[in-house]
Design a protein around this ligand. Structure first.
Ligand SMILES: Cc1cc2nc3c(=O)[nH]c(=O)nc-3n(C[C@H](O)[C@H](O)[C@H](O)COP(=O)(O)OP(=O)(O)OC[C@H]3O[C@@H](n4cnc5c(N)ncnc54)[C@H](O)[C@@H]3O)c2cc1C
Length: 433
């Protein structure tokens, strides 16, 4: 007797036009547009609404985008502190309330374990049954898995390692020195917090984006927003592959609205070193490129400020705000250290603030490139009826931010509706034939 290959059998829960995977803000914004177009859909969420903000962020995190910028289709911040920065419970409340207001058809506690093509449709298999649909919208997040470089394998076992998803607060760390690897928003914020807990911090710095919190009296996000910089489209930049790799800006949201850059960290005693490039026989090796990386970041910052100043002049805004300013260069020691003995006891913990990647381990559609990323053009995936949202510079510079979802979700829902119409037309023609 021959045995057929095991098939994932689950009861079919339903057939809908579209399945949205993920009830973060991207999935919910899409749902709002699908509802407006009367497109039947369901949102499948493995945890709760706003799960990433509930489960995957450290305790002290506040948004680096101001409250006024937290806006979703038909919904925006209505509180009394538009210039403040939401804490994680506030973000959860904001997104939860949105899900309720738009009556999003969310099925919580439902993990998608597999998506497969099935005769011009998709089978979406979950731990609570199976769905059939013409369209799949992947809104499962761009930051699911912390990226940790392979050299972490060579870290001596006496040192505890933490990703930003494992780190909650400094009480988890042993007393003693901490090496923070990575100088984007996450690395700077954690280096600052850990230093303030009394532990000596060394920060390994590679390519980074320097930004002041306040420029000419206004929040830097106000300038980026008003000058249209955040609206720059994926098909307008010279090198979108590179643009999608640019790290998050060195910003922090605090009640004081203070700037957090490398000079601020140097002033409080954090030691800067170059990129961590290897660990040999228990010794961490740092590249000699620290000065270059800092000079490049200073240069890019001043180019950005030039663009903002030009826009301010052209738009007449210059008359209402403070005069242009330029910031002191990033200070770097003459000979920053190139090595650190990890077995000497100076370092007890390493925090890997080296980025994140999405998790598509459940996606069994031939749409992933050699790096495991979805091949797509502005969110229209390279498979009929498949869409993705919430990734860095997906359609616009702002795509991975809360305020970026509105335009992207609207554009992609327009495309998706056209796709469903064409399916319906094809169906009608074959029925007539
Ligand atoms: C540390 C950090 C700080 C950030 N700070 C800001 C900020 O200040 N301002 C800002 O605008 N943006 C910020 N962002 C970026 C961005 O807004 C968030 O990453 C946001 O969570 C992305 O929303 P999303 O809806 O695309 O994805 P997510 O919020 O990650 O939502 C995806 C959802 O999909 C679910 N899911 C995943 N896989 C499955 C599956 N197989 N089956 C079912 N459900 C699944 C998850 O549980 C999750 O709820 C930050 C990101 C990070 C990582």
């Amino acid at each position: 007797m021959t045995q057929s290959a095991p098939r994932e059998e689950r009861p079919v829960v339903g057939t809908v036009d579209a399945v949205v995977i993920g009830a973060g803000h991207s999935g919910l914004a899409t749902s709002r547009y699908l509802t407006k177009r009367s497109i039947e859909h369901v949102i499948l969420e493995r945890g709760e609404v706003a799960n990433s903000w509930r489960r995957e962020r450290w305790d002290s995190l506040q948004l680096l985008t101001p409250n006024w910028q937290s806006r979703l289709p038909g919904y925006s911040y209505q509180g009394s502190d538009p210039d403040g920065f939401m804490t994680m419970p506030e973000v959860v409340e904001f997104i939860d309330a949105y899900a309720e207001i738009i009556a999003a058809p969310v099925r919580t506690g439902t993990t998608v374990t597999s998506v497969r093509p099935d005769d011009q449709k998709y089978r979406v298999i979950t731990d609570r049954g199976e769905w059939r649909c013409r369209v799949v919208v992947i809104a499962s997040g761009g930051f699911n898995i912390p990226l940790v470089p392979a050299i972490n394998q060579a870290v001596p076992s006496s040192i505890a390692g933490f990703t930003p998803q494992q780190y909650r607060n400094s009480s988890q760390l042993e007393d003693g020195g901490v090496l923070v690897v990575g100088a984007s928003a996450t690395g700077l914020q954690l280096a600052n917090e850990i230093h303030n807990s009394g532990r000596p911090v060394t920060l390994a710095v590679g390519e980074h984006i320097r930004m002041p919190r306040i420029y000419r009296g206004l929040d830097i996000q106000w300038w980026l927003d008003a000058a249209g910089i955040l609206d720059e489209r994926f098909d307008e930049v010279d090198d979108i592959v590179r643009a999608r790799r640019i790290p998050s800006p060195q910003l922090v949201g605090t009640p004081e609205r203070s700037t957090l850059d490398l000079n601020v960290l140097t002033n409080i005693g954090v030691k800067l070193v170059g990129r961590l490039v290897g660990i040999n026989n228990g010794k961490a090796q740092f590249s000699g490129s620290l000065l270059n990386h800092c000079k490049m970041a200073d240069l890019k910052l001043h180019r950005l400020l030039d663009t903002i100043d030009e826009w301010a002049d052209e738009s007449g805004k210059s008359d209402d705000v403070d005069p242009p300013e330029r910031f002191a260069p990033t200070r770097v020691e003459d000979s920053p250290r190139l090595g650190l003995d990890l077995e000497s006891g100076q370092v007890r913990s390493i925090v890997w603030a080296t980025g994140f990647r999405p998790d598509y381990s459940w996606l069994h559609v031939p749409v992933l490139d050699h790096k495991g990323q979805i091949r797509h053009s502005g969110g229209v995936a390279d498979a009929p009826g498949m869409y993705v949202l919430g990734l860095t510079f997906l359609r616009r510079r702002k795509s991975s931010f809360i305020h970026g979802a509105e335009d992207d979700a609207r554009d992609l829902t327009d495309h998706l509706a056209g796709y469903l119409d064409s399916c319906a037309r094809r169906g009608a023609v074959s029925a007539e034939a």
